[in-house]
Design a protein. Structure first.
Length: 361
């Protein structure tokens, strides 16, 4: 792809917030990336990092309230999608930009046949009569590998298997030959053998239609197999982007995330232990002069105070100050995320173990 070719999609400094009883919460912050025609971008990250809300924002489907795009631009073919009216976005969705959702059974209307839904999609966006739209529907079902496509037009969604329903969703998404396809974990609800078939199908159709694709997933194996470049999200931020080779073979951050947090935990406990030792040194003369029973009381109280401080760091108001103290410059990067929930029990477990050891000794 020539570097000078303008981007089909440009996301610039996107910020998505959700209104809560405690005030607005940022789900995505400062997200920027470009996607050119024909490219496949893998948007990866753990559950809850902001992948799906980013996709919904691109499609203009972010539920509002409580969600809203509070800052940034989403430029598609040079026009800002965030400034389009609802009517303009209805014309854009399905025609120029299409989306495949995670669960086809909840995306397809259960009271209409597959044919009715495909034909309606084509007629809404293309200047076609019912007969021509029905022929297009049969053609698309055949392209996605559904046997006896003409007969399947009269089936309802519940009459199809999970893999076939997802094929129908792909057919519906591609029926109007969009320039951009957003696939939000299209294989998550399928078993492993069907996942491979769906990925092969998406790859073949992407080559045939020459469309750009955003593949949202947390499966790095899928990313390595299917995409041209990768964007890694964590805690609502884009932390790394590049080609598959660069990100997988020479990761700068995301692969070391757990080791960084373990390092931060060890650093926290070392600091707390050093604080306890300094308190002992500062009152050495008094400490040594009192009976052993009083020393044990002092040890118990000081250990409990350290535990209380650690709890405050992890869950309370001292969290921001501690995060500044433990800035990631210590570990070689300027990234400064909040303490992830998965690490809180580990930190507190270490605190409890240190406390027990101190009390026993």
């Amino acid at each position: 792809m020539p570097p000078s070719e303008p981007a089909l999609l440009s996301v610039r400094d996107l910020k998505i917030t959700f209104d809560t009883e405690q005030g607005p919460v940022a789900a995505v912050e400062n997200l920027s990336f470009d996607l050119r025609a024909g490219e496949v971008l893998g948007l990866v990250g753990e559950s809850g990092c902001g992948k799906s809300v980013t996709a919904l924002s691109i499609m203009g489907l972010l539920p509002n309230p409580p969600g809203r795009v509070s800052d940034g631009e989403i430029l598609f073919q040079g026009a800002d999608l965030l400034k389009k009216s609802r009517r303009e976005m209805r014309r854009t969705r399905g025609k120029l930009i299409s989306m495949i959702f995670q669960e086809p059974l909840t995306s397809l209307n259960p009271v209409f046949t597959i044919g009715d839904q495909l034909v309606e999609t084509v007629k809404w966006h293309e200047a076609m009569g019912t007969a021509a739209a029905r022929r297009r529907a049969v053609e698309m079902l055949d392209k996605v590998g559904i046997p006896s496509p003409a007969a399947r037009l009269d089936d309802y969604p519940h009459q199809l298997s999970g893999g076939m329903r997802q094929r129908v969703m792909i057919a519906m998404a591609l029926a109007c030959t969009p320039a951009l396809l957003v696939a939000d974990e299209p294989t998550t609800a399928l078993d492993v053998t069907i996942q491979a078939q769906i990925l092969d199908l998406l790859g073949a159709l992407q080559q045939e239609f020459k469309m750009a694709v955003i593949l949202i997933t947390h499966d790095l194996g899928v990313v390595a197999q299917f995409v041209d470049k990768v964007a890694v999200m964590y805690a609502g931020r884009l932390v790394e982007t590049g080609s598959v080779t660069d990100v997988f073979e020479r990761p700068t951050l995301w692969a070391n995330e757990l080791s960084l947090w373990i390092g931060g935990t060890v650093y926290l406990m070392a600091m707390l232990y050093a604080t306890q030792q300094r308190s002992h040194i500062a009152i050495t003369m008094l400490y040594d002069a009192v009976p052993r029973s009083v020393q044990r009381v002092f040890d118990t109280v000081s250990t409990l105070l350290i535990c209380a401080f650690a709890f405050a760091v992890v869950w309370g108001g001292y969290g921001e100050a501690m995060q500044k103290l433990l800035r990631w410059e210590t570990f070689g990067t300027a990234w400064d995320p909040p303490i992830p929930a998965v690490m809180k029990p580990l930190i507190l477990l270490i605190v409890v173990l240190v406390a027990l050891q101190s009390l026993v000794n």
